[in-house]
Design a protein around this ligand. Structure first.
Ligand code: BG6
Length: 470
């Protein structure tokens, strides 16, 4: 739809950016923190481990001061479960509480709203050894962790996100380093894990409303609208399959407490329907999100998948793995790519927002969006990243169009506030507004530098999205 006049961003629109604990903090076994699954996973060859990352654990004050300089209204970060509870349950680590108190207080000092992700890919290893999310006790483990967080931080943290990209944990856990499952039992196991996470999420949402005065909470899946590779009717069906399995399963559950029928049919087909215990559906129906947080990087395109289809798309995180008889990933030749091969689709962002809003009618905040690139620090301490400015500008434009279409948008937190370690491509793949002076192995000075996109985003925020010019 072409609009004659665009609606402005709301006055209280939350501009900010995101990080996650295991990717940015470092100090991964310091001050009593227990190991998480990320600390013990096999690091892909040629990429750094997680001992230092961006050293945010020791430099959070400097980092938050830079975020304040950009004018952030909100900072989305995650709390490391095993920093708070080294064994995942039981004894609380006072140093962990102290660290997040410091981060939260530092944000509040600058009037930056803390938006806390409760779980971002880093299950305590001690719990993984007890079976991880496949163990039904994981529902109680997560609820206990939620209670500890609400008790300690709920007086100051009013915005919470439950589980980062639960859908990616299930669909591409092998890339993220959270599952090594293979074979026919894989599906059964994964969708049982998924069920436990969904129940745990619903309990955490209800608990937040009970314990946090004025608390608001929502899920944070990765939502990419699925396109059909052509207008062949069977490709349309394939795209519907993908959307149900990749997107709506997670949001229908978070918002309505119901399993999406198509996703359920897929689980039946794979002999993977989860065991649902008495009371689960009631818990699911009683957990209500106040908003939807979602990560968006690109759309996904799929075609009908017959028995002889070939999986040409490999296993990159943003690319869609083949599901025989359900869909097969297809390249979208209308879209350009990042240097890391991810498709770039700003208009698909608008389409995704439209679709989500018409399905769920809840306010939405973008909790990730951004471009991974090989940034270079020049000798005079600059980082020229016009590609990042262009990527973000085009996506922000689409948010404004979506607002004009009638969607309710609360905020925008691109990935990432500062350079950090990518999920599986190390430090060389940078996303931040703030450059961190280190390489994959050489820690150099770890000094911070403002990229060109830093100054640009500062202007965007100061104008409340009205000035997107260079
Ligand atoms: C999201 C994750 O999937 O994408 C982040 O929530 C991740 O943790 C981001 O870093 C970008 O992915 P990658 O693989 O380039 O780090």
């Amino acid at each position: 739809m072409l609009h004659k006049k665009l609606k402005a961003f709301p006055d209280d629109f939350l501009w900010g950016a995101s990080t996650s604990a295991y990717q940015v903090e470092g100090a991964n076994l310091e001050d009593g923190k227990g190991p998480s699954v990320q600390d013990v996973k096999k690091v892909p060859e040629g990429t750094s481990d997680l001992t230092v990352c961006a050293d945010h654990y020791h430099r959070y004050k400097e980092d938050i001061a830079l975020m304040a300089e950009m004018g952030f209204k909100v900072y989305r970060f995650s709390i490391s479960w095993s920093r708070i509870l080294p064994k995942g349950i039981g004894e609380v680590n006072p140093k962990g509480i102290e660290f997040y108190n410091n981060v939260i207080n530092e944000c509040l000092k600058y009037d930056i709203i803390p938006l806390v992700t409760m779980f971002h890919f880093d299950l305590p290893q001690a719990l993984e050894e007890k079976g991880g999310w496949f163990n039904r006790d994981s529902i109680e483990w997560f609820t206990y962790f939620a209670k500890v967080m609400f008790e300690n931080f709920g007086d100051r943290v009013k915005y919470w996100l439950t589980i980062n990209e639960q859908n990616m944990l299930i669909l591409t856990g092998d890339t993220i380093g959270t599952t090594t499952l293979t074979g026919p039992e894989k599906y059964k196991n994964l969708y049982q894990q998924n069920h436990h996470m969904l129940v745990a999420q619903a309990k955490a949402m209800a608990l937040c409303h009970e314990m946090v005065d004025g608390g608001k909470i929502g899920p944070a899946p990765n939502i990419s609208l699925g396109y059909p590779a052509s207008c062949k009717p069977e490709d349309i069906l394939a795209a519907q399959n993908l959307n149900a399995i990749r997107n709506w399963l997670y949001l229908d559950m978070a918002v309505y407490g119901k399993y999406n029928n198509l996703a359920w049919a897929f689980m039946e087909e794979r002999d993977a329907t989860p065991i649902i215990e008495d009371g689960d559906m009631e818990i699911l129906a009683n957990g209500h999100p106040d908003f939807i947080g979602f990560n968006y990087y690109s759309t996904a395109t799929v075609a009908w998948c017959g028995e002889d289809a070939q999986d040409t798309y490999g296993h990159d995180q943003q690319k869609t793995k083949m599901e025989k008889g359900v869909y097969v990933g297809a390249a979208n030749h209308n879209l350009p790519h990042t240097d890391f091969g991810w498709e770039i689709d700003p208009q698909g962002f608008r389409a995704t927002i439209r679709e989500m809003y018409s399905r769920y009618r809840l306010p939405m905040i973008v909790t990730e969006n951004g471009i991974g690139a090989y940034d270079k620090l020049t000798e005079d301490g600059k980082v020229h990243d016009p590609y990042r400015i262009e990527y973000l500008r085009k996506h922000i434009e689409q948010i404004q169009l979506a607002i004009t279409d009638g969607a309710e948008m609360m905020g925008y937190c691109p990935w990432s506030a500062i350079d950090l370690i990518s999920t599986h491509e190390g430090m060389v793949k940078r996303y931040g507004f703030i450059y961190v002076d280190r390489d994959e192995y050489d820690l150099k000075t770890l000094d911070r530098y403002r990229k060109d996109s830093f100054y640009w985003y500062k202007k965007v925020i100061a104008s409340n999205g009205a000035d997107l010019s260079d």
